[in-house]
Write a protein that binds this ligand. Structure first.
Ligand code: KIV
Length: 265
């Protein structure tokens, strides 16, 4: 089945979790889409897991275009979300120019990190027919401003600002929101207030869907084990990459992933 923004919205309406995973190449895109992953994120996390950088900041537009093209070639019906890299959406004109490149590379939607300051760009993109996914909470491109990869929204003021930001980006036209590394109760509160689906990572199991970095799900880097990640290979019943992806899909769908230990309070 070909996934669309409407089909993801219907899953929220039916309270059925939406499964999202990252992929950066045609082989994995084919495997994930054939397994039934509803959306594939061509994440700028590729800067870390493919290129070996310690943040996503060095990733360029040309690299995102290349990986989006690769994923589009292998995809068999998942919705493709492509990340706009660092500073590629710093103002409205730059956003339009760069989002156009990702859509022409095969994306169905682009993702940008930030809150209310994104409103003019989100309006301009949606008016021109480019669907936008906003990314709130821990926004990795701001790792230096945030003084590291840390849980966001624990203080009341910061939590209130996240709720306001979520409502503002929805009102501007966003069709999806990624919530990264925020307390599970806050993620649930935002999810209930929004009409559009929320996709969590480190945000508890009450969001409308989950996303993980594929390499983390496969436990490729044994030195990188944040609390919200589960190594799906670390299970006697899992013998192949396909098994691990099936287990991820099943546990997202029945909301057993993430569990309490994999969520923040
Ligand atoms: O780049 C990425 O993979 C992401 C996810 C962590 C949500 O933005």
């Amino acid at each position: 089945m070909k996934q669309t923004l409407d089909s993801l919205q219907q899953l929220k309406q039916k309270n059925q979790p939406i499964v999202v995973l990252t992929a950066y190449d045609a082989s994995f895109a084919k495997l994930l889409s054939e397994q039934g992953v509803e959306a594939i994120l061509v994440g700028d996390s590729l800067g870390m897991v493919i290129q070996g950088h310690d943040s996503t900041v060095p990733v360029s537009m040309d690299q995102m275009v290349y990986h989006t093209q690769c994923v589009a070639k292998g995809n068999r019906g998942s919705l493709i979300i492509a990340d706009m890299p660092y500073m590629s959406y710093a103002d409205t004109d730059t956003s339009l120019k760069n989002a156009t490149r990702l859509m022409q590379a095969g994306a169905n939607m682009i993702k940008i990190e930030g809150g209310s300051w994104l409103v003019p760009s989100i309006k301009a993109l949606t008016e021109k027919g480019i669907p936008v996914c906003a990314h709130l909470g821990l926004t990795p491109q701001s790792v230096d401003a945030l003084s590291g990869f840390k849980v966001q929204g624990r203080e009341q003021q910061a939590a209130d600002r996240l709720v306001e930001d979520a409502l503002a980006v929805e009102a501007a036209g966003s069709r999806l929101i990624v919530l990264e590394c925020i307390p599970q109760d806050l993620a649930q509160k935002i999810t209930k207030q929004l009409k559009i689906p929320t996709i969590g990572i480190g945000a508890g199991n009450q969001t409308d869907g989950q996303v993980l970095v594929l390499h983390d799900l496969l436990g490729l880097d044994q030195d990188f084990r944040p609390k919200f990640v589960r190594d799906f290979f670390d299970d006697n019943a899992v013998h192949s990459i396909s098994d691990a992806i099936k287990a991820y899909i099943a546990t997202v769908k029945d909301r057993s992933f993430p569990n309490q230990n994999q969520s923040f309070n």
